[in-house]
Design a protein around this ligand. Structure first.
Ligand SMILES: *Cc1c(COP(=O)(O)O)cnc(C)c1O
Ligand code: SF4
Length: 347
């Protein structure tokens, strides 16, 4: 057993275990667990001081998850976009391949929390074949995003099998991994894994840091190893009430990410997912955060703020200065005589 597998096996999965480390009201949380399981790695647990601090809120169950909130279990309509088991195709040139149904630490705000663990939508040896067949026969697909769950819960060998088969497809240019393992299971980023991955370049990896506290010596080491293997690192932060819905915290997070060679990519508005309503912030909040970044810190520390439109319409960036942009367009017209028009979005 590799060290990360041992760390994983020592994860907290019951309220009674958790109560040995954090003060929680076990009885009030008990009904949540059958519906939405609990899993926290020791790595992540060690960052919690209190149940409602920015780390505790992300992974400790909350009674509000069971509230009748009328929210959807699949707001992005991934079901209808599933073209083969485990394969989601929404955009012309890229697909998402779900290769794992588990995560080292289960985030309470997860978009897929109502569908996690469901094996039917997951790739296995047979269905991988049909997913690959789909990609092979569509030359417009340039990029495959390995997601889940967390693709790094596969063993190196399982992952390599998938990469080898993907790399046999001539028109496939980019493989991207979506994983929170650098943060929640930093051990997973071994030298062996990095040596394997770099044979399949260009590999990109997007991770998910949501608070500056998550940038620790361990997560820094994980990102250093990946970056040293030539893997460009991006970060997708989820905007979470009570965790990071604060311009100063976000600015600090984005700036610190650059110091560990992780480039901020997206800030995500919470999706309208059943059981996560208590994490939602207003879009105004997100715009204020963006206003606190733009012009105040490096453009490299400024991600796009995106809202994934319900129903599977896709991600749309929101800017704090949409009015200002219109002014700039008029300025260009007057000053340079150039007429800039918005692209025609009506197909
Ligand atoms: C988010 C997403 C992608 C990736 O989008 P990028 O903007 O390239 O990061 C691809 N497919 C689906 C279905 C998605 O939800
Ligand atoms: S790491 Fe991502 S997929 Fe896994 S539980 Fe968290 S949000 Fe969900």
């Amino acid at each position: 057993m590799e060290r990360w597998q041992k760390t994983l096996s020592e994860s907290i999965t019951s309220l009674d275990e958790l109560a040995r480390f954090v003060r929680i009201d076990i009885e009030s949380l008990r009904p949540v667990i059958p519906r939405y399981p609990l899993r926290i790695t020791r790595t992540y647990l060690s960052l919690i001081q209190k149940k409602d601090d920015p780390i505790g809120r992300q992974c400790i169950p909350d009674q509000r998850e069971l509230e009748q909130d009328d929210l959807s279990i699949d707001p992005l309509n991934e079901k209808d976009l599933t073209v083969a088991p485990g394969l989601i195709h929404r955009y012309p040139d890229r697909v998402v391949l779900l290769v794992s149904s588990a995560c080292p630490t289960l985030c309470r705000f997860c978009t897929r929390k109502n569908r996690m663990g469901g094996e039917e939508n997951l790739i296995n040896r047979n269905s991988l074949k049909s997913a690959l067949e789909y990609i092979k026969t569509r030359p417009s697909i340039r990029e495959v995003i390995l997601s889940g769950g967390d693709p790094l819960l596969l063993s190196d060998d399982e992952l390599e099998t998938i990469l080898t088969r993907l790399r046999k497809i001539p028109h496939l240019e980019i493989v991207r991994l979506h994983t929170r393992a650098p943060v929640t299971l930093s051990d997973r980023i071994t030298d062996r894994l990095c040596r394997m991955l770099k044979q399949y370049h260009p590999i990109y990896l997007n991770t998910q840091f949501n608070h500056p506290i998550e940038i620790t010596p361990l997560s820094t080491m994980a990102c250093t190893r990946l970056a040293d293997a030539g893997i460009p690192l991006g970060n997708q932060t989820v905007l979470l009430k009570g965790v990071n819905d604060d311009p100063e915290v976000m600015k600090q997070l984005m700036q610190k990410l650059l110091t560990i060679r992780v480039r901020p990519y997206y800030i995500h508005q919470m999706d309208l997912v059943k059981g996560t309503g208590h994490f939602r912030t207003s879009i105004q909040k997100g715009l204020n955060i963006m206003a606190g970044l733009r012009g105040y810190t490096s453009g490299m520390a400024t991600p796009s703020y995106v809202v994934d439109l319900p129903g599977g319409k896709g991600k749309v960036p929101f800017l704090p200065d949409d009015v200002k942009r219109l002014e700039n367009i008029f300025y260009l017209r007057n000053y340079l005589g150039e007429v800039v028009e918005y692209p025609d979005i009506n197909e």
